[in-house]
Design a protein around this ligand. Sequence first.
Ligand SMILES: Nc1ncnc2c1ncn2[C@@H]1O[C@H](COP(=O)(O)OP(=O)(O)O)[C@@H](O)[C@H]1O
Ligand SMILES: [Mg+2]
Length: 310
Amino acid sequence: TKSKAPAALASSRQNPQSATPTAAPARRSPLDPRRPAMDRIHVTVRARPLPPEDAQSSPWRISGNAVALTAQPSIRFEFDRIFGEDCHTADVYGARTKHIVDSAVQGFNGTVFAYGQTNSGKTYTMRGSANEPGIIPLAVHDLFRTIQQHMDREFLVRMSYMEIYNEEINDLLVPEHRKLQIHENYERGIYVAGLSEEIVTCPEQVLKFVSFGESHRHIGETNMNVYSSRSHTIFRMVIESRDKADDSDTDSCDAVRVSVLNLVDLAGSERAAKTGAEGVRLKEGSHINKSLMTLGTVIKKLSEGIKGQG
Ligand SMILES: Nc1ncnc2c1ncn2[C@@H]1O[C@H](COP(=O)(O)OP(=O)(O)O)[C@@H](O)[C@H]1O
Ligand SMILES: [Mg+2]
């Protein structure tokens, strides 16, 4: 539609995680966890190219890193970064996500979400197309390249790929694993029980698993974009590394690092009232709204810093 909001990429990094449940002391880095939380949450907007007739009638104008109503310029929203419609996914990747991938290799957790209405370009940005690779393939290639530069450490990389549809978690790598449950325990923290993790050693292998995962989602679905717009897709890489020089007798808590990189393509954020949804579509919509609202609350709490964390 004409007033379609552009897709947004929100990214955050969390504190480093120690492989052992005993907390590791915070390591100084550009991502120092002691810095205010807001610094670690960035929102980037990417405008999708519109057909000329829609572009003419769009009520929004981009100026710098703000989007404003043409008719009422005082109504404006500022973001950390805005990319115009002629940008490339590689530019969007370089702005923030590259840094998050580098940090993940160093042991810091990181998450990138694509948020926006259906058709605003979330999947195009995250997965990409035949002629323009998305954030996921760019991140995967970068991750393995970065790992090779860390000669002093030994890495083990695992991946999983899941979707959340109508509040049900399905494993996209093992299609018969459906309706998985979220569990929590001392050793692993919060995790999806039964979610498969594949050990991966090169980008091609990862991307093959991603295509495999995608191929199942077509079963019984005539309109792939409609279906994928109603589910959240979470691509996850667990990066574990060990100091090669470390013999296990020493007590260095930095010897083993485990971090998680999440790249998430969220379900469409459109309102049920606007889309005139009924029945199954309305039920899907209410699950999506509930989960996006909860995500919003979590991000808001994180951005409020230590004091506001609830
Ligand atoms: N930056 C872009 N450049 C060119 N085409 C795009 C761009 N973003 C989206 N598209 C196209 O617009 C359509 C909708 O994009 P899609 O990523 O599927 O939206 P969403 O996942 O947000 O529902 C697709 O056909 C896609 O190829
Ligand atoms: Mg999509």
